[in-house]
Design a protein around this ligand. Structure first.
Ligand SMILES: [Zn+2]
Length: 230
């Protein structure tokens, strides 16, 4: 086991806060190598810092000497993987103003977001379904199944017809939720999460923000400080 063999290296990785890939510098590392008749295995454990927002997180990379491909310059590509903690996906930032969500809904949302960012698609799919169900239950929509209850959300004006149709075309409605959501493609899962987040925004966040706006003193040209800042 060695220390700091990868210290000061910079890696282009998704950032927890910047919502895109940024250079992350390795602040500290523990580097392991193990070899024997079965081959060579290595592991890097790194504390990393985003060079944009300075957020600190953790990277674990591991691999072996198996050659799985060759790049365009003829160099061998070895078998390797990496995991980031906390998990994150580029462009999948945590919903802003999630403190406006009801406690039960925010719990499901946080777990679903974590599952999606930790590449656990089955759990993420079940979480998205649970989120939509929780909104329907909280809004007391009627209907014999989730499909009908989602149609009811249209009447409340929190869902558009196009979006409801997208939900109807996914496998979100399976009776055996785990089995059905396992077959949802990763790209579709991302769209479904966008829809769920929009639903949460429309149902819980925007009404609260609008109420705050109404409660403010009326803006006047004589008192520009009262003009809300958006
Ligand atoms: Zn950052």
């Amino acid at each position: 086991m060695n220390e700091d063999q990868t210290k000061d290296k910079e890696r282009n990785l998704p950032c927890l806060k910047c919502d895109t890939e940024t250079f992350h510098k390795v602040l500290k590392s523990i580097n392991e190598v193990d070899s024997g008749e079965w081959g060579l295995f290595w592991g890097d454990f790194e504390i990393i810092m985003c060079q944009g927002c300075r957020t600190v997180s953790f990277r674990h990379a591991w691999g072996n000497d198996d050659i799985i491909d060759v790049d365009e310059d003829g160099h061998a590509i070895h078998d390797s993987s990496q995991a980031l903690y906390p998990g994150r996906l580029r462009g999948r930032k945590h919903l802003e103003y999630s403190f406006f969500l009801p406690p039960d809904v925010v719990k499901i949302y946080k777990e679903t977001h974590k599952a999606l960012c930790s590449e656990q698609p089955i759990l993420a799919g079940m979480g998205i379904r649970a989120l939509v169900e929780a909104v329907c239950a909280e809004k007391k929509t009627s209907g014999k199944d989730l499909q009908e209850r989602i149609d009811n959300l249209l009447d409340l004006g929190v869902l558009t017809k196009d979006v409801a149709e997208v939900l109807h075309h996914t496998r979100l409605y399976g009776n055996r939720a785990a089995h059905e959501t396992a077959s949802i493609k990763e790209a579709d899962l991302s769209v479904l999460m966008d829809i769920a987040e929009n639903l949460l925004r429309n149902v819980y966040i925007l009404p609260k923000k609008a109420a705050q706006l109404k409660a403010q003193p009326k803006a006047s040209p004589k008192n520009p400080a009262t003009i809300p800042d958006f």
